[in-house]
Design a protein around this ligand. Sequence first.
Ligand SMILES: *Cc1c(COP(=O)(O)O)cnc(C)c1O
Length: 230
Amino acid sequence: MSIADNLLKYKNEIESQGVKLVAVSKNHPAEAVLEAYEAGQRVFGENLVQEMVDKQAQLPADIEWHLIGHLQTNKVKYIAPFIKLIESVDSLKLLKEIDKQAAKHQRVIDCLLQIYIADEESKFGLGFDEAIELLRSDEFAALKNVRIIGLMGIATNIAQEKQISAEFNELKVLFDGIKVSYFRQSDYFKEISMGMSSDYQLAIEEGSTMVRIGSNIFGKRVIKHWKNKE
Ligand SMILES: *Cc1c(COP(=O)(O)O)cnc(C)c1O
């Protein structure tokens, strides 16, 4: 099947359940993104700043770019002019830098807090307590150019569906608790980004509002799998 065929298949299946599809185009060339774009996709996820910036410059301006990989503070400035959603905020320090760069462009940048839910080492993200500490801090309250619109998480890369579902459920429970405590009046706090090619159905069952699908749409990545890089 072509990229366009794959895209339409997953887009229909996922969006008919009221869930947003983020097409993860990392490690695939701009032409592949354009093929999905021409088939109707507008939301794309990348995990590397340089790769996203290169593609953004070549591709239509109405694409919504989501950063889904670990972001170093010194690279925020490159994406601040155009980024639609930073899904991988994992520290207050990073959030402060995003706020600073967003202010330079007179923007408010939407972000998700990435929460550590997997039973694996070497994955980025905030612990539950760390996320709450961040949200309670005066430093966070002072930020005017960032908006937290939800949470993101990556489940353990294993075959046991029960464990994967339990991890997604933990994220949903945390989301509900944070919503009530910190965003009760804020309609914008409504996104739970969870689910990838292998586990998006489980994620949707557990309350995902946004899934990030790469290889099911674009095929296998030529470059090393993200889980192996650090
Ligand atoms: C690569 C990546 C995905 C997509 O993975 P697939 O298994 O190819 O669907 C989703 N989320 C994050 C954070 C990723 O880095």
